[in-house]
Design a protein around this ligand. Structure first.
Ligand SMILES: Nc1nc2c(c(=O)[nH]1)N[C@H]1C(S)=C(S)[C@@H](COP(=O)(O)O)O[C@H]1N2
Ligand SMILES: [Mo]
Length: 312
C-alpha cells in the first residue's frame, strides 16, 4: 500500500493555498505573462524547461513571479533590489562552463549543457529567506546537488564544497568596484551539500533562470539565509578546510559560515524573529521566522550539539 507521509516542512495552515488556486494562478500567469512584463521592463525571453513536479512545498502560496524576478540581491550588477533586473540584460549566460576541482576523482571542465542534460530536472517549491528579513516562496527547477556531486566522485578528503561566481567586470559593473572581494564565494559543509533539500537550480516558474536570479545555474539551500545561494556559478571545488565566503570575509561579525535561518539568533543590527513575505500588503502583519526556515525536521540533525550563537 502506498502511503504519502507528510513532509515535516509541509506548509502550515497560514501558508496554504489550494492546489486548484495555484494551478489557476500559474495558468493566469502564463496567459498574462506577456502583458505584465510589457507593463514593466521587458524581461529577456526565457526558454521553457522540461521538469518533473514533486510534492516539495505543495500547497504553499507561491510568490508572484514579478516579485521574485524584480526584487533581487545580485551585487555584481547593483546594490539595490531593482538594479539586478535592470542592469543584467547584456549578460550572456550561455555558453557556460563549470570547472570542478580539488579532492575528487573526476575533476575537469564541464559544459553547462552536458552538466544539466544528464540529469532529471525537478520542480520544488521552497521558502526562501533573505538575511535582510524578507522572504518569498519560489517554484525552483533544478537537480539535487548530491546527484551532481556524485558524478565528480569526491574523495574522503572532501570535507567542504567551495563555489565561485563568474568574474567578468566588463559585464558585471559592480566588479569594477571594491564593495565586495570578487569573485563572490560561498561554501557548504559536505553533509549540507549532499542533503537532499540542496538544489543546483537552473530555472524558476517553469523557465530558465533570468539573469538577475543567477543564470545559468545557482545554488538553493532553503534552510539558510539567501546569501548562501550563490548565483552564476563557474567553479566547484572539494576542499578539506572550511572555505572563505564573501560575506563572512567582508563582515565576520555579521555573517557566519553557517547562516542557518534562526529566529533566535539576531543579526547584530536587527532581529531575525520576523519577516515580510514579498507580495504581502503594507498592512499585512509580518510573519514569524521559522527555525531553519521551516525545514528543521529535515536538517536540524546536521547541527546537533552545535552552539547556534557561536556558529551562526
Ligand atoms: N554571486 C552572487 N550570488 C548571490 C548574491 C550576490 O550578490 N552575488 N546575493 C545573495 C543574496 S544576499 C540573496 S538574498 C540571494 C537572492 O536571490 P534572488 O535574487 O534569486 O532572490 O542571492 C544570493 N546569491
Ligand atoms: Mo540576502
Amino acid at each position: 500500500m502506498l502511503i504519502r507521509h507528510a513532509r515535516p516542512s509541509d506548509p502550515r495552515p497560514s501558508e496554504l493555498t489550494s492546489r486548484a488556486l495555484y494551478m489557476d494562478r500559474r495558468r493566469f500567469i502564463a496567459a498574462s505573462g506577456a502583458s505584465l512584463a510589457a507593463a514593466a521592463l521587458p524581461l529577456p525571453a526565457s526558454a521553457a524547461l522540461d521538469f518533473e513536479t514533486t510534492s516539495h512545498g505543495r500547497g504553499l502560496e507561491v510568490s508572484d513571479r514579478e516579485d521574485a524576478t524584480r526584487y533581487n540581491n545580485f551585487y555584481e550588477f547593483a546594490l539595490d533590489k531593482d538594479g539586478p533586473a535592470e542592469k543584467s540584460g547584456d549578460f550572456k549566460p550561455l555558453p557556460w562552463t563549470v570547472r570542478v576541482g580539488g579532492a575528487c576523482h573526476k575533476p575537469g571542465v564541464h559544459d553547462y549543457e552536458d552538466l544539466i542534460r544528464t540529469h532529471r530536472l525537478e520542480e520544488r517549491i521552497y521558502r526562501f529567506r533573505c538575511v535582510e528579513a524578507w522572504s518569498m516562496v519560489v517554484p525552483w527547477i533544478g537537480v539535487p546537488l548530491a546527484d551532481m556531486i556524485a558524478r565528480f566522485e569526491p574523495t574522503g578528503a572532501a570535507k567542504y564544497v567551495a563555489f565561485r561566481t563568474l568574474y567578468d567586470p566588463e559585464v558585471m559593473p559592480m566588479q569594477r568596484s571594491g564593495v565586495l572581494d570578487w569573485p563572490y564565494r560561498e561554501g557548504l559543509r559536505m553533509d549540507e551539500a549532499l542533503h537532499p533539500l540542496t538544489l543546483m537550480v537552473v530555472g524558476m516558474y517553469g523557465e530558465e533562470l533570468p539573469n538577475q536570479n543567477g543564470a545559468p545555474l545557482r545554488l538553493i539551500v532553503p534552510w539558510k539565509y539567501g546569501f548562501k545561494s550563490i548565483k552564476s556559478i563557474v567553479s566547484i571545488d572539494f576542499v578539506e578546510d572550511m572555505p572563505q565566503t564573501t560575506w563572512s570575509m567582508s563582515n565576520p561579525r555579521e555573517y557566519g559560515f553557517y547562516a542557518n535561518v534562526d529566529p533566535e539568533v539576531d543579526h547584530p543590527r536587527w532581529s531575525q524573529a520576523r519577516e515580510r513575505r514579498l507580495g504581502d500588503g503594507l498592512f499585512t502583519a509580518k510573519r514569524d521566522t521559522l527555525y531553519l526556515n521551516g525545514y528543521a525536521d529535515e536538517v536540524a540533525h546536521l547541527y546537533a550539539g552545535m552552539d547556534r550563537m557561536k556558529l551562526f
